[in-house]
Design a protein. Structure first.
Length: 310
């Protein structure tokens, strides 16, 4: 078994390697002058079971190309089995046609990954579970929930807390977490009553006097979270924190969150934290490396991965 890392998730890959007590395979991933990607695997990988760790995070297209080209190099070097480990699967939000003459980019990316040589895929908190069906190869969708639950139990008084889904689409994820910590559930229902009118935020559930824990898969611009936090405080919540798996945090998101009414935002290291995240006073990163490391180890040993989440 060997681990190979692209440039997007180097720190996470180092942590996974440390968990598995296995050095990363020597591999150069660099650019030609015109920014084409060049890869050279500097060790023999013939007949090996290889796990390529690479989130397709910002810059998404460069990191996706790195992943594809690394797998092409491995396949041509006679690797026995290649697992694409995408702690963050970029393009997942484009999983259906939002209008006529638009692409389903998540499916295209799934095809590219398969065509480049992946025999298996491992990812974390897919935006929509059914994206697994875009692959015709085994696909493990891991859940950050057990790691979040441990952190929540250490930092919250569950009796006075409530789990909140920031939109109707995230209810299943939030309900799953609420069940694990035995807390009630509330839902933020965003609605535009008439075209051109501003969005109305309704809260389904009673949040008064409770610490709210928003749960979601992605924080990108931070708009969903910050608006939900304001709406919850208006409805009498004591304070609002959030647990989000993937800190995409584009543009001015970190500044928006830092100056928002959110008490705390906890994200995982599925996407490498920027300096702005590291110095932020209300964003904390918890590592998902042990979970992914364990899942990789079990896959290599042909053991159950789903039992990690029982
Ligand atoms: C949407 O369906 C996702 O689950 C997130 O709620 C969304 O991507 C967050 O985006 P933003 O932070 O830009 O509001």
């Amino acid at each position: 078994m060997k681990l190979v890392a692209g440039n997007s998730s180097r720190a996470l890959a180092d942590a996974i390697a440390a968990y598995l007590n296995l050095p990363l395979t020597k591999c150069v991933v660099r650019r030609f002058a015109d920014m084409e990607v060049f890869v050279e695997i500097q060790e023999n990988v013939r007949g090996e079971d290889i796990f390529v760790i690479q989130s397709t995070s910002f810059p998404a297209n460069d990191h996706l190309m790195e992943l594809l080209i690394i797998m092409d190099a491995l396949r041509r070097a006679s690797a026995r089995r290649i697992t694409a480990v995408l702690p963050y699967f970029g393009y997942a939000r484009q999983d259906r046609k939002p209008g006529p003459r638009t692409p389903i980019s998540a499916k295209l990316v799934a095809n590219l990954i398969t065509e480049a040589g992946a025999d298996r895929v491992m990812t974390l908190d897919l935006h929509a579970g059914q994206i697994q069906g875009f692959f015709d190869i085994p696909t493990d969708n891991l859940f950050a929930a057990p790691v979040m639950v441990r952190d929540i139990e250490e930092n919250f008084d569950i009796k006075s807390s409530i789990v909140v889904s920031p939109d109707v689409g995230g209810v299943i994820r939030a309900r799953g977490l609420a069940k694990r910590i035995d807390a009630p559930l509330a839902i933020v229902d965003k609605r535009r009553e008439q075209p051109g009118e501003s969005e109305v935020m309704n809260i389904i559930g009673n949040v008064e006097g409770r610490s709210c824990i928003l749960v979601d898969d992605i924080v990108d611009s931070g708009g969903t979270l910050c608006n939900a936090a304001d709406a919850l405080l208006n409805m009498g919540a004591t304070d609002v924190s959030a647990y989000i798996t993937h800190g995409v945090l584009s543009g001015g998101a970190v500044a928006r969150i830092t100056s928002s009414s959110l008490k705390n935002l906890v994200i995982t290291d599925s996407i490498q934290a920027t300096e702005a995240v590291r110095v932020s006073n209300n964003i904390r990163v918890m590592s998902i490396a042990p979970l992914i490391g364990e899942a990789i180890g079990r896959t290599a040993d042909e053991k159950s991965v789903s039992s990690l989440f029982d």
